[in-house]
Design a binder for this molecule. Structure first.
Ligand code: F6P
Length: 357
């Protein structure tokens, strides 16, 4: 068997561990693995394909990023090309990818990616490429799996940052507003906010009322806590308002800036010194946690077992602490949001954390 593996979309800690899992498990079966560089680019320009052997992956479990490079742009179904007048148009070059895949003699493809990349993988499955998906994203917003890899590491990074902000906030009697990633869901904010003893957590799943946020901070003062930690998910929005966007180009939306807005309102309404910290891409970097390493090695090796048993069009998922399968179709297109009636939200409320709702 000749297996292709690629990593698509924004990187997440643990990508390399998944690659290692795929390569070593395949090697044990006498199969060959090739890395397709930069998402699908390596199947468009086939010079960007690398042979992966146990030697290429032996020391990469703990290394962040991806040895294959990743690409958030360049979807072969809407591939951007420059027209003679310098403008950009999109064309469908997916047939080139399929014919190159076949011409190179590949038998299966392991696509490691988030919602967008898994959607592309599913389209290639429908075009005849035998695909196995692996759910990656720090946002944890993919359906049909309890958890995606990269999430645990991002939460650890955010929690550590929140821990550090407590002491400086306390020293200066300030409010610290920490903006974390997560796109349109609040998993990172919720997990890191609870673990980092935040006073307020604002998530997209429940629009916030700034008066209620300020009321919570006032209540803290009454019990002698003159500082506060407010964790804001980048996708959080006020009641009746919309998400805050940094940039909008070519139909692409980047979230960000809500932390600054919330801080400004708190400062105006309470006349209390407030500072903002945007954690940004720090959450995507660094070595994966032990949990993520193990999850990734389980995902990668399971993908090879899926190939052996012909489970194509499936995603390797993780439910109730076990590896299982789910149709890629079930994982994509619909975000896994935080259920507001879940025990984790109830935990936060029982701890006195305000959601500003
Ligand atoms: O999906 C992962 C993620 O880090 C989101 O949390 C964030 O909104 C986005 O990617 C940032 O994307 P980029 O790397 O393109 O700035």
């Amino acid at each position: 068997m000749k297996i292709a593996v690629n990593t698509g979309g924004g990187d997440a800690p643990g990508l390399n561990a998944v690659i290692r899992g795929v390569v070593l498990a395949a090697y044990r079966k006498g199969w060959e693995v090739y890395g397709i560089k930069y998402g699908y680019r390596g199947l468009i320009d086939t010079k960007q394909i690398v042979h992966l052997t146990p030697d290429s992956v032996w020391d990469i479990t703990n290394i962040g990023g991806t040895i294959l490079g990743s690409a958030s742009k360049g979807n072969p179904f809407n591939y951007p090309v420059e027209k003679p007048d310098g403008s950009i148009c999109e064309i469908d070059i997916s047939d080139t990818v399929v014919s190159n895949f076949k011409a190179l003699g590949f038998d299966a493809m392991v696509a490691i990616g988030g919602d967008g990349s898994l959607g592309i993988a599913n389209k290639f499955f429908k075009k005849g490429i035998p695909v196995i998906g692996i759910p990656k994203t720090i946002d944890n917003d993919i359906n049909a799996t309890d958890i995606t890899f990269g999430f645990d590491t991002a939460v650890s990074t955010a929690t550590e940052a929140i821990d550090k902000l407590h002491t400086t906030a306390k020293s200066h009697d300030r409010v610290m507003v920490v903006e974390v990633m997560g796109r349109y869901v609040g998993w990172i904010a919720l997990y890191s906010g609870i673990s980092g003893s935040a006073d307020v957590i604002l998530i997209p799943e429940t629009p916030f009322n700034i008066e209620k946020v300020c009321k919570k901070i006032k209540q803290l003062e009454l019990i002698g806590q003159n500082y506060a930690i407010v964790v804001v998910a980048e996708g959080a929005k006020p009641v009746g308002g919309d998400v805050t966007i940094i940039e909008k180009s070519n139909g692409e939306v980047r979230l960000g800036g809500i932390g600054k807005k919330v801080a400004g309102k708190i400062e105006d309404m309470l006349e209390k010194e407030t500072r903002t910290m945007v954690l940004g891409h720090l959450q995507r970097g660094g070595a994966p946690t032990t949990f993520d390493r193990l999850l990734c090695l389980r995902f990668g090796t399971a993908a090879v077992r899926f190939i052996e048993s012909g489970k194509f069009g499936k995603m390797v998922a993780f439910r109730s602490s076990e590896i299982c399968e789910a149709p890629i179709e079930d994982a994509i297109g619909r975000m896994k949001t935080v259920p507001m009636d879940s025990d984790i939200v109830q935990t936060a409320r029982s701890l006195g954390i305000s959601f500003g709702d």
